[in-house]
Design a protein around this ligand. Structure first.
Ligand code: IZC
Ligand code: ZN
Length: 424
């Protein structure tokens, strides 16, 4: 049960992400870490009476906390040396042959827990300042048992050490490491040697696989995905990022929670996603950074009835940017999604993509008190005034951890002690 301070939030521009009352001019009451009540118009006298604190955000846009449903949070090193190659026209797969993921695997294997944690901690700080309150986080730069476990344990510890809730994904199937003859042999190793330990230590909720020509083929993805789900993992698939392979259709057939990237998805597979309810996680900042031809057909997917989420894809190779607002800008100006469609894609649909739609992603009674306050009067202004961080305040589980654009250490400490108390 939620106990604790009752905070009343006022705004004439509240985006709730719920059907029927998508936007309200009204108020939200938080109690402890939960949304206790929400309403339109003037605040009832009874609400005013029980409020311990009133936060007046009239003139500002209030939304659910942002959910970044696709990040490769923990890794060693960086890949800026690939930039010159990219500018001379080298493709992602050409760079992959010489370095790419392999170079990050090398750097990650060489980094100890503290180096990895400190680096990810700095990233998470940036994410929080830009409005992210929950993030999915993939492993996949260790590939061997020891490093994958190190990365996943770093994620587990980070979950307690800072404000953003992390939802961990094991992505050993990011590349075939040089120690193995072929993908099949490596898949056997993951299934037999790595994933039972990941499961035993409860280190990941999802598994993900990079289904791409030259990485994991369609039949390999199918075998791995089926086996992972049989073990009890939920499934995500990196699909149709570069070559149209039918990875999205396979994800739908397997009952995956999400299919991600989808720049080269076919019309047939769009229909399959709509039928299965598999969430399309689109990553426009990646398309931008890869200087690739086409953005994922977001409008077509929405029209077909697909659930569309937008995420950052934060990673060292194809989207070294943890600011989700950057991906939101790309979704607007390159995919031509409306500001309201974008807000839904980074809140409720982001939550759905990580299986958390019952807990977070919208402002509804009983959901977590995760909110963002933007220095914008409405969604149109938010997307129109691009290129700057529009986040003023972030409320995480009822604690105002970002206030006036800076992190509030006292509120962070309070959040941590409340969480600790709830665990005991
Ligand atoms: O490190 O290149 N696409 N995985 C699949 C990536 C990009 C990350 C990387
Ligand atoms: Zn990715």
């Amino acid at each position: 049960m939620s106990e604790g301070k009752r905070i009343l939030i006022l705004s004439n521009s509240i985006y709730t992400a719920t059907d029927g009352m998508e936007f309200i001019d009204g108020w939200v009451a938080l109690e402890g870490d939960i949304i206790a009540a929400i309403g339109e118009g003037a605040v009832p006298a009874a609400e005013l009476k029980v409020a311990d604190e009133i936060l007046d955000y009239r003139g500002k846009l209030v939304t659910p906390g942002l959910v970044d449903a696709h990040t490769h949070l923990v890794f060693g090193g960086s890949r800026e040396r690939e930039l010159g190659m990219k500018l001379r026209g080298a493709s992602y797969m050409e760079i992959h042959q010489e370095g790419g993921i392999k170079s990050t695997v090398k750097a990650t294997r060489e980094a100890d827990e503290k180096i990895l944690a400190d680096k990810a901690m700095a990233t998470l700080r940036n994410m929080l300042l830009h409005g992210t309150t929950t993030a999915e986080a993939k492993s996949g730069y260790g590939l061997d048992l020891e490093t994958e476990l190190r990365v996943l344990r770093v994620m587990r510890d980070l979950n307690d050490a800072q404000a953003i809730t992390l939802v961990p994904t094991y992505m050993g199937a990011h590349d075939v490491p040089p120690e193995f003859k072929n993908a099949d042999q490596y898949i056997d190793y993951m299934l037999k040697e790595v994933m039972p330990i990941v499961q035993e230590e409860n280190l990941a909720e999802f598994c993900d696989i990079f289904c791409e020509k030259g990485i994991f083929e369609l039949d390999e993805t199918e075998r791995y995905g089926k086996a992972a789900m049989e073990m009890g993992f939920k499934l995500k698939v990196h699909a149709d990022e570069i070559e149209p392979m039918g990875g999205a259709g396979l994800a739908a057939d397997l009952g995956a929670t999400s299919a991600e990237h989808l720049m080269a998805i076919s019309d047939e597979d769009i229909e399959k996603l709509a039928q299965s309810g598999t969430v399309a996680v689109l990553l426009p900042a990646t398309t931008f950074f890869l200087m690739a031809e086409g953005f994922a057909p977001a409008r077509k997917m929405l029209e077909a009835g697909v659930h569309v989420a937008i995420a950052s894809d934060y990673n060292p190779g194809s989207s070294p940017c943890e600011n989700l607002q950057m991906a939101m800008s790309m979704a607007c100006f390159q995919m031509k999604l409306t500001p309201v469609e974008i807000l839904k894609a980074v809140t409720l649909e982001g939550a759905r993509a990580i299986g958390r739609e019952e807990e977070i992603g919208s402002l509804e009674v009983g959901k977590k008190a995760d909110l963002v306050i933007f220095d914008a009067a409405n969604p149109d202004y938010l997307l129109y005034h691009f290129g700057v961080n529009a986040v003023l305040d972030v409320i995480k589980e009822g604690h105002r951890v970002v206030h006036n654009r800076v992190i509030n250490p006292a509120a962070l400490a309070e959040l941590q002690s409340t969480r600790k108390y709830q665990k005991e």
